[in-house]
Design a protein around this ligand. Structure first.
Ligand SMILES: [Zn+2]
Length: 176
């Protein structure tokens, strides 16, 4: 069984067994209604990029390794979420520095205030669900995210320094 069965009942999530991001577009409407049109698009892109970050983690084995049943500050569950936020920031940074043919940026420059608004909205309204590949079903209680401050900081780190700076699992990283 893949991850598709739960798509309509939950917020956006990444399903490792079929390597697919599931997003109910009604969720985006909710995001826009409750947040406003100015920050909505960035919040939407952040969510997609965050789930894409989980896909990278699925490919390199980080996602599976993080499923150790532990939650709370400093747990691998938190580290994997903060790394996905960092990857999302790396995508946003790369996209805002990349121009299409004709010179149009893929993404207009983003201010720290916009990042803060988008992430706070996204994390307040939606909580992604990582599909447990062994269970074949969504288990929200197993997912733990970092604080809003941590999520914004790691997004900013990825945005400023790129995906290579996203080692949230580094033992020496005292400040997660
Ligand atoms: Zn996540």
């Amino acid at each position: 069984m893949g991850g598709g069965g739960a798509a309509s009942a939950t917020g956006p999530f990444y399903c490792p067994p079929d390597a697919t991001i599931y997003i109910d577009t009604a969720f985006f409407g909710d995001l826009r209604t409750r947040f406003g049109s100015s920050g909505g698009p960035l919040a939407e892109m952040y969510i997609v990029a965050h789930e894409w970050g989980h896909h990278i983690q699925n490919l390199d084995g980080t996602l599976a390794a993080s499923h150790d049943g532990q939650t709370g500050a400093g747990s691998n569950a938190v580290r994997v979420e903060l790394q996905a936020d960092c990857f999302a920031g790396a995508w946003a940074g790369a996209a805002s520095g990349t121009r299409e043919t004709g010179g149009v940026p893929l993404l207009m420059p983003i201010t720290p205030a916009q990042i803060q608004d988008a992430l706070s909205a996204a994390s307040a309204i939606g909580d992604d669900r990582i599909q447990e590949s062994m269970q074949g079903q969504v288990n929200p209680e197993a997912c733990t995210h970092g604080s809003s401050e941590q999520r914004q900081r790691w997004f900013q780190t990825g945005f400023d320094e790129g995906a290579g700076s996203c080692d949230t699992f580094a033992p020496a990283d005292a400040v997660l």
